[in-house]
Design a protein around this ligand. Structure first.
Ligand code: CP
Ligand code: NVA
Length: 304
């Protein structure tokens, strides 16, 4: 059984195949008459809507489930929630606090599990990001992404995806907010040309893409005030953008905390492609689900 917990669960060729499916206008009806359970332990606008609409476009029925309703590890174990949902659904998506939760769901190994964001990874976002960069520039290879801010779940998946697509990645973060050694090793295993710096100007210098995410991720709200102080000077302003390539594209996974990690002028400005990026979440989700179900169908056929 194949799952998508992190973007490198795909090979580079498979990543290219998923992107091609995402770009295709012909959505295969692989979920005709079937359901996909979508479990959320955290809030969501883009992920819920893009996944629900992707499932509909594949002929299926999406079911939104709040984590508190099924009571993951409170009402019953994560494994039993997974076994239960698998009675009704062809696949399960999960947005969780601890990455280990999606690992435990995948270990049940009866339906494919899609990580819809954990504390470590956001692979569906990385797929949409590549789709967006490809749409803007026509190709991915050799392009440089400069991520400025907290080296978090979004950064890790994006950096791995960049390596798999032959792109370069720069990460500009204040001390204490850079990749952990474990995350750095995972990122470097993608073969990415990675440059880390504590200087935002150096990070964006000549970059094709400047990328931001919130400084305080979901679950870290108690650290908000400390983080606002620690990230001072790391906001994306028009002045900072002036150091990037003249054709620079600004991306943000959203939601944006305007006035913190990015100014209105940048997020609403001519270099910004954040709404195309948000739309691409749906195309990426559709391509990924279609690919995952077809690859698992062929594994099942070989086994029977
Ligand atoms: N980018 C993203 O995952 O957005 P949501 O948290 O709104 O789903
Ligand atoms: N890093 C953010 C991404 C939100 C889409 C978070 O985990 O909250």
């Amino acid at each position: 059984m194949r799952h998508l917990l992190e973007i490198d669960d795909l090979s580079a060729d498979e990543l290219a195949a998923v992107l091609a499916m995402a770009e295709s206008d012909n959505a295969p009806r692989v979920l005709e008459g079937k359901g996909m359970g979508l479990v959320f332990e955290k809030p969501s606008a883009r992920t819920r809507n893009s996944m629900e609409m992707a499932v509909v476009q594949l002929g299926g029925h999406p079911l939104y489930i709040q984590g508190s309703e099924v009571g993951m590890d409170t009402r019953e174990s994560v494994e039993d929630v997974t076994r239960t949902l698998a009675c009704y659904h062809r696949a399960i998506g999960a947005r969780v606090f601890a990455h280990n939760t999606v690992e435990r769901m995948a270990a049940v190994d009866i339906v494919p599990i899609v990580n819809m964001l954990s504390d470590e990874a956001h692979p569906l976002q990385a797929l949409a990001d590549l789709l967006t960069i490809k749409a803007i520039f026509g190709s991915l290879e050799g392009r440089t992404i400069a991520y400025v801010g907290d080296a978090n779940n979004v950064t890790r998946s994006l950096a791995i995806a960049a390596g798999m697509a032959g792109m370069k990645m720069r990460v500009g973060s204040p001390g204490g907010y850079q990749f952990s050694d474990v995350d750095r090793d995972r990122v470097l295993a993608s073969g990415v040309d990675l440059f880390e710096t504590g200087n935002p100007e150096e990070a964006v210098d000549g970059a094709d893409v400047v990328y931001a995410d919130v400084w305080t991720s979901m679950g870290q709200e108690a650290e908000t005030q400390q983080r606002l102080r620690d990230f001072e000077g790391f906001g994306i302003t028009a002045d900072l953008m002036a150091n990037a390539s003249p054709d620079v594209a600004f991306l943000h996974c959203l939601p944006a905390h305007r006035g913190e990690e990015v100014t209105d002028e940048v997020v609403d400005g001519p270099s910004s492609h954040v709404w195309l990026q948000a739309e691409n979440r749906m195309h990426a989700a559709r391509g990924l689900i279609a690919w995952l179900l077809s690859v698992n169908a062929s594994v099942n056929a070989e086994e029977s």
